[in-house]
Design a protein around this ligand. Structure first.
Ligand code: FAD
Length: 387
């Protein structure tokens, strides 16, 4: 094990292999993402090309077995990429959603045919994917989804509307949450692999958002989209259980990005206040500035240690839902608090789009909402209070 620099304590999460991977990821971000991100923000989506390039560089689905196009690594490899993307505030590419959320569902619950068909294409970036739980009428309350999948000959006909779907414009393949038995509560929910080109699938342009301008978050409707029975992921009625078991990893990817983003915001702000002068001295020399930044530095160091420990537990298969919820809750609150304080220390320039801190602040706001809102995280943690 080698240690890499954290705010204070050396990190023990990574090996030599991760250090090399970080170098690859950093170079990829520098060459293939940073120069294009502003253009993608104006277009409301990233290019398909960057997905293929990420696949070719071996940066997608790294935790998949080699037989499916992965690198046989584990979630720590994703941590490296998520951190490098967050460092440059590259909030457009939805790589983590594909690598850390969609691919694991197919790997863990897919049939051999589903795995052989989809996983290599997800790893190469040839196929872009999404997961659609949220609907216009329900988000937090997953059991209330209204999308239904009715038996239709040998397969199912799916009808319903989904919204706020990450990668929703570019996605070729979408895991859709639908009810196969409306009377069975959570046991009536199933997951389906739906393809965009299927008749009855109606996509829409990217939604206009407060931040994440390069991310193609979108809504879509399905009007009796016919899928074969083989498009179901796992068994009928198992959807809710599958969703619950995979959410911890989604929450860790959010937590990892939150800490890295807060750290990047802090570094950018230290650089800014060292140069900026007011009342004849550097802004860094005001005690208020140093105390604000010192407190953030301490809080980020603590958050990083907790998140690293959670990642270790996740890799060992030992991370429970409540602990993942604690990480998601506290890191996203910290990220927003940190970036808000950092923006304040930039004065008026902090409010200008051309300053990265302004974009980072706007992008960070949603971290407290998606992946399960932070109120839902409190609910999950709250359930453990009485043992
Ligand atoms: C940019 C973006 C990307 C997203 N990507 C995806 C995606 O890829 N796939 C996907 O399926 N969804 C995605 N979402 C949706 C996201 O997960 C939901 O918005 C989120 O779960 C909240 O659901 P909601 O918007 O319906 O809010 P609601 O559920 O209506 O909640 C409204 C408010 O009530 C609170 N609340 C709800 N229930 C409780 C409770 N029991 N106790 C206390 N407070 C409660 C919430 O915390 C919130 O503050 C995305 C959203 C955004 C904005």
């Amino acid at each position: 094990m080698i240690a890499t620099r954290s705010a204070e304590l050396p990190r023990t999460l990574f090996s030599e292999e991760h250090a090399l991977l970080r170098e690859t990821a950093r170079r990829f971000c520098e060459r293939e993402i940073a120069p294009y991100h502003a253009q993608w923000e104006a277009q409301g989506q990233v290019s398909r090309e960057v997905w293929r390039k990420a696949g070719a560089a071996g940066l997608l689905c790294m935790a998949l077995p080699e037989e499916y196009g992965g690198s046989d690594l584990d979630f720590r490899a994703s941590v490296v990429l998520i951190e490098e993307l967050a460092k440059i505030n590259a909030s457009g590419p939805g790589f983590s959603l594909q690598s850390d959320i969609v691919a694991p569902y197919i790997l863990h619950y897919g049939s051999d045919e589903q795995k052989r068909t989809w996983l290599p294409k997800l790893a190469s970036g040839e196929v872009i994917s999404a997961i659609a739980m949220t609907e216009p009428g329900t988000g937090s309350d997953l059991q209330a989804v209204a999308t239904r999948a009715e038996r239709d000959g040998d397969g199912y006909a799916i009808t319903g509307a989904k919204t706020f779907i990450t990668n929703g414009v570019l996605a070729d393949l979408i895991i859709v949450v639908a009810k196969t038995d409306a009377s069975a509560g959570s046991r009536g929910i199933s997951l389906f692999l739906v393809e965009r080109h299927m008749p009855g699938f109606h996509g829409a342009p990217a939604l206009k958002k407060l931040g994440l301008h390069a991310q193609d978050t979108a809504e879509f409707t399905m009007d009796r989209v016919k899928v074969p029975a083989s498009a179901m992921l796992g068994a009928p009625g198992m959807g809710f259980k599958m969703l619950m078991s995979e959410l911890a990893q989604e929450r860790m990817s959010i937590s990892v990005s939150a800490v890295a983003s807060a750290e990047a915001g802090l570094a950018a702000t230290i650089a800014y206040v060292r140069d900026r002068e007011a009342f004849g001295k550097r802004v860094l020399d005001f005690q208020n500035t140093r105390f604000t930044l010192a407190r953030l530095k301490a809080q980020i160091a603590m958050a990083r240690a907790f998140v690293d420990r959670c990642v270790e537990a996740l890799v060992e298969g030992k991370l429970d839902a409540a602990t993942a919820a604690m990480a998601k809750l506290e890191t996203t609150e910290l990220q927003f608090r940190a970036l808000d304080a950092c923006l304040q220390l930039h004065g008026g320039y902090g409010y200008m789009q051309e300053y990265p801190i302004a974009k980072a602040w706007a992008d960070a706001r949603v971290q407290r909402i998606y992946g399960g809102s932070n109120e839902i995280m409190l609910e999950i943690i709250g359930r453990t209070l009485e043992g």
